[in-house]
Each structure stands twice: as C-alpha cells, then as structure tokens.
Ligand binder design. Structure first.
Ligand SMILES: *Cc1c(COP(=O)(O)O)cnc(C)c1O
Length: 385
C-alpha cells in the first residue's frame, strides 16, 4: 500500500526556512521590518506602488477590517455568494450587518451578477465576490452594478494570487478593497496570514489602526520614530490582527515564487484535463483566452451518466489512499446561515446542484508526476470500471 497522498501540502523552500531562522535569531519576531517589507513587495508584485497593502494575520481579519473601515454596521446588508467558505459572510455578522446570499453561475461557479442585482435593496451597502478556485468573478458586471447602485465592492481574493480579469491583476481593480489569504493550503502561504489591498488611503489608515487595538501607531513605528517611544493613543476598540515577522519571512520568499507556482499548477491542471476528457465529468471552467488562473483548486463535477455518486467517488479515492475535498458545502446548508435567514436549497439551485456533484482533486506543486498518475489512474478506474 502506497502512503496516503494528502489533499494539499505547502511548498516551503530553503529560502523561506533561512529567512524564518534569521527572524528568530535577530530578535524582532512580531510585526516589524519584515512585515513592512512584505507589504511593499506585495504592492510591487501587483505592479502598482501607489496601492496600500496592509498585512494581517488572516484573510478573515482583512475582510473584517475592510468592511469596518467602510462603516458597515447594523441595518446594512452585504451581498455575497452562497458558494464560499463561511469567512466571507461571517465578517458581515461581526459588524452586526446582514448577509444576502445569492446563487452562482453554474458555468464559472462564481457569483451571478444578475442574482446580485435582484438581491439589492435600500439597505445594501456592499458586494463581496469570491474568485472561486482562482477564476476571476465577472468584475466588469459587478463594478457596473456597484456604480449604478452606489455600493462598495470588497473582493475575497483568497484563491486569486495571481489572477487576472480582462488582463488586469486582481488587487488592482477598482474595488474598495481586495483581500488575499496565505492560509496553509492557499497559492502562497505564511502558515496563517492575509493581505488587505486598497487604493483608498483613508481605508488603509483605518485598517492599520484597527489591525492593532485601535492604536494610532503600531509597535514598530513606536520603536523607530522620533516621538517618545512609550507614547500612543487608543482611538477605537480595535482588534489583534497584525501579521508577525516570522510569518512575513515566509511570505517574502513565497511571493517571489507565486508565478512559478501558478505556472506549475496550470500545467498540472492541463494534464488532468487531458486525462479526464473522456470521463463522465464536467471539468473545471477555464479562464478566458489571455487571462491568468492560478488553479488554487481543481474541481470536477460528476455528470448524470457517472456510475457512482459523489460520496461513493470520494470514498473510492480515499480507499485508493488519495485525499480530496469539497469546496464548498454551500452556506445555505449550514445550520447558522440556514436558520438565521430561513434558507432553502431551492433558492440556490445552481450552487446546490454543483455541491451535490463536486469533488476537489489534489493539485499542488509538491505533487510529482507519479502522484498525478496515481490520481489519474484512480479516477479513471472509478469512473470507467
Ligand atoms: C481560505 C479562505 C478564506 C479565509 O482565509 P483565512 O486566511 O484562513 O482567514 C476566506 N475565503 C475563502 C473563499 C477562502 O478559501
């Protein structure tokens, strides 16, 4: 029996390890010079040095800070997709605002702009698209809606580094804020971490203050600036969302490899596509010609002529020693969201149908060709018995 092939593994190189060791030895282990360097390197990666990048300890924190800075609160509504991780929606509830979940476009698995428009009310303040699996949501349509109805757009770009939408990198589009995740299984990782990106200097300033207790200067500033180092002021009851230099050390080197990682995953996705072309599977949607897709996830959907159910398929892969996952159990099926908003699967037919048939197969840069072959053989054996 071969060893179990996990669903995902981080790809940490010697440079990342050496940078972490350097951080541990130099004594500045929490937010400091490396977190700042990581923010500047991130703006440079996005190709726009006027962007403000605010390093945080998770994407969830970044999404929360973005909505807080936009002044979203009780009485407000924020529209997002039901086909996401709970983070996207929970931050709206942190602020006492309400979530309006809408269905996806089954062709892309991204939020459907027509469903967004139908959900807009007098209370709507923002739209939160998710670039599912790394494929850009329909940003031109969503930005047009935002403009027409006076709404903010906050992008959940947890899967989208690097993604382009009509040739422009996600992070540089005309949204209020875009938030990336560096969780362990994301396209680059700092263990836990995230980056809030915005062109709005006021939003960035508020997020920086709220990221660290509502303090008007962060610790690194305090120990390097001219004014007395012991002095600070609390201007709001803030949060503890700062990224450590230990994590930023990983991020500095992971970011340098982001394009190489994306290219490798794109090659792997193309290999899967070819190997599965004749199977009863709906293969993942592709980016439009000329656009970049980082392949955070490779999600297949069983078609009606599949010989087995989604659950039996996952069990079969597990028996073959292969880890896989489901992205996502839609929010409308989780007790909290279902009960709070009295949601029924029939309100989200496309998300529901996709969920019932979908499986995320392992696809990450540490997989070798033998690992890929193993997945391909197991999938073929189950679907073409
Ligand atoms: C991973 C993920 C998040 C949360 O990221 P964290 O950095 O773990 O907070 C949010 N939204 C989506 C779609 C994700 O996949």
């Amino acid at each position: 029996m071969q060893p179990f092939l996990p669903f995902a593994l981080p790809d940490i190189g010697d440079d990342e390890i050496a940078e972490v060791v350097d951080t541990l030895r130099n004594g500045w282990i929490t937010t400091g010079p490396k977190a700042r360097r990581f923010e500047l390197a991130f703006a440079e990666f996005l190709g726009d040095s006027t962007l403000q990048c605010v390093a945080v300890n998770s994407a969830t924190a970044g999404l929360h800070l973005a909505l807080e800075a936009l002044g979203i609160g009780p009485g407000d509504e924020v529209i997002t997709t039901t086909h996401t991780f709970t983070s996207t929606a929970e931050v709206v509830r942190y602020l006492g605002a309400d979530v309006r979940l809408v269905d996806i476009d089954p062709a892309t698995l991204n939020i459907n702009p027509r469903a967004v428009e139908a959900a807009i009310t007098a209370r709507t303040r923002a739209i939160m698209p998710v670039h599912y699996a790394g494929l850009a949501a329909d940003m031109p349509m969503l930005h047009a809606l935002a403009l027409r109805y006076g709404l903010h757009v906050v992008e959940d770009a947890a899967h989208a580094l690097p993604t382009t939408s009509y040739g422009r990198l996600v992070g540089t589009l005309p949204s209020a804020a875009t938030v990336f995740s560096f969780y362990a299984n994301k396209t680059i990782t700092t263990g836990e971490g995230g980056m809030l990106v915005t062109a709005d200097a006021d939003l960035a300033r508020r997020a920086r203050v709220m990221r660290l207790h509502g303090m008007n200067r962060d610790a690194f500033d305090r120990f390097t600036a001219k004014v007395p180092s012991w002095y600070y002021e609390i201007v709001a009851p803030g949060f503890k969302y700062n990224l450590t230099d230990i994590a930023a050390a990983l991020g500095l080197h992971q970011l340098k490899r982001a394009r190489e990682f994306a290219d490798k995953r794109a090659q792997m996705a193309a290999l899967y596509d070819e190997a599965f072309a004749d199977l009863p599977l709906l293969l993942p949607p592709k980016a439009p010609e000329g656009d970049q897709h980082p392949w955070h996830l490779y999600v297949v959907r069983l078609t009606d002529d599949s010989p087995l159910s989604r659950d039996a398929f996952i069990e079969g892969l597990f028996q073959a020693g292969i880890g896989c996952s489901v992205h996502y159990i839609p929010l409308h099926l989780h007790p909290y969201w279902r009960d709070r908003y009295r949601l029924q699967p029939a309100q989200f037919p496309h998300s529901q149908r996709a969920f019932e048939r979908m499986v995320s197969l392992p696809l990450y840069t540490r997989m070798g060709s033998a690992d890929m072959d193993r997945v391909i053989q197991a999938v073929r054996r189950l679907l073409r018995p």
